[in-house]
Each structure stands twice: as C-alpha cells, then as structure tokens.
Design a protein around this ligand. Structure first.
Ligand code: 13P
Length: 252
C-alpha cells in the first residue's frame, strides 16, 4: 500500500443474498467503518441495487453494479445501461469480471466497450483482469493481462485510467480458497502499473489496483502490505459482516 493512494475494499456479492439477508449484512456494518480511512464499496445483484443505493446514500459505503450493458439504450432485453445505474445512485461498476468473461463470453473488446459506457455516465469502472491456471502454468500471465489492458487502452486511452480502478483477480484464486501469495500479487500489480506507466507515469502512479481471489480476514493484511496492492475485491468473505469488516480494517 502507498501513502498517496486511498485504499479501497469492494465486496462483490455475486448472485447471493435476499432483501432480508442484505439488510442484516448492511445493518451489521453500520457505524463500524467510521474510524477507517479505506473507501468501502458493495456490489449487490442488479435487482437490489436501487434499494441499497437509497439506503446507503450519504453513508460511508459506496454502491456499485456487477456489470452493465455496453449499449446506451434500445432493444437489448434483459440488459441494464450505464445511465440507469447512474440514475439509481450507483457510483461504480465492475467490468470484465472473470465470471463474465468465461461464463458469458465477454471478450476484451466488449469489456473495453463496457468500460467506456460506464465512464460516459460518470460511473467509475473497476476493470477486472487476470489469468487462468493454465495460462499461469504456461507463463502467459503477463501476456494475458497486457492484452486485457491494451484493449481498454486502445478504445479509452490512458487518460481514462485516471477515473478507473483495476482489479487483478487470478482466475485460479477465485472462490477456490487458493490465494495468490503476496509476492505473486505484487509482481502482477507492479507489472500493471509499469505497463500503464509507459503511457503516463502520473496516471499509473495514482491508479488504485485491487487484488481479488480468496481474500479473507486472515490473509488481507499481508496482501495489502505489498507496495502496489491498494485494497481488495472480495467475493465470498464480503457476505459475512464480521469478516468483511476485518478485511476493511486491514486496509486501514
Ligand atoms: P472470492 O473472494 O470468493 O474468491 O471471489 C473473488 C471475486 O471474484 C471478487 O470479484
């Protein structure tokens, strides 16, 4: 972690929760973050967003969506636009989560279009990148991540990264209990910052890069201690208030 970049901890609830469970989770977090410096964000499923954004308006916790449509309006049944997310009070949106990429066939170009769509409405995209186990084992990690970044750079330009977050989520660490070691995470985070820094050192230096993949209360502090790890994107552990609060506290 650096002194200049404000830490951020984001909870990606994925397709979990109910109105009652969400309410209990947020209730348990109320007032517990006041002493922390870290920014805290929750990303509930679409159907709960408006209610939660209303409940958390003006509070210590920001609200983000888990995805969005690349198109702005029209005949796209089942989709949700950036303007709609903005309208109901979202501030952030995940783009290119590995589950979107692998299960819903989102390629680098579509992810780049979603990134641009989000920013067009003033939402802050959290661009998720990461390699699969096979890609890591065949030493393609940096090539994969470079290509994921380059697609966004090509469409949005480096200046767009001044209003974005990047999350490094190795696919092999998501929901598996296998966490990247702090050194593995740091190596990729440093690579991301260096790669973007070749285009604009100041923007790269100010960019917050989160680590995601089996972040827990027990391993958050050692991950967040790394120089280029600016917080976490937390899945399973963000559904348990006490553990999520422990992770937020580890971010400072
Ligand atoms: P887990 O923390 O459950 O591994 O999920 C990580 C993730 O995908 C967050 O977006």
């Amino acid at each position: 972690m650096s002194n200049t970049r404000r830490p951020l901890v984001a909870g990606n609830w994925k397709m979990h929760g109910s109105r009652a469970e969400n309410s209990a989770l947020l209730e348990a977090m109320t007032g517990q973050l006041d002493k922390l410096q870290a920014e805290v964000l929750v990303c509930p499923p679409f159907v709960y967003l408006a209610e939660i954004a209303g409940r958390l308006a003006g509070s210590r916790i920001a609200v983000g969506a888990q995805s969005l449509c690349a198109e702005s309006t029209g005949a796209f049944t089942g989709e949700v636009s950036a303007a709609m997310l903005k309208d109901i009070g979202c501030q952030y949106v995940l783009v290119g989560h590995s589950e979107r990429r692998s299960l819903f066939h989102e390629d680098n170009e579509l992810v780049a279009r979603k990134f641009v769509a989000a920013q067009s409405q003033g939402l802050i995209p959290v661009l998720c990148v990461g390699e699969s186990l096979a890609q890591r084992q065949s030493e393609q990690t940096f090539d994969v991540i470079r290509a994921q970044l380059d697609a966004v750079l090509a469409l949005a330009g480096i200046a767009a990264f001044a209003r974005a977050i990047v999350a490094y989520e190795p696919v092999w660490a998501i929901g598996t209990g296998l966490t990247a070691t702090p050194e593995q995470a740091q190596a990729v985070h440093a690579f991301i910052r260096k790669h973007l820094g070749t285009q604009d050192a100041q923007i790269a230096d100010g960019l917050r890069i989160l680590y995601g993949g089996s972040v827990k209360g027990s391993n958050a502090a050692e991950l967040f201690a790394m120089a280029d790890v600016d917080g976490g994107l937390v899945g399973g552990a963000s559904l348990k208030a006490a553990e999520f609060l422990q992770i937020c506290a580890a971010a400072g």
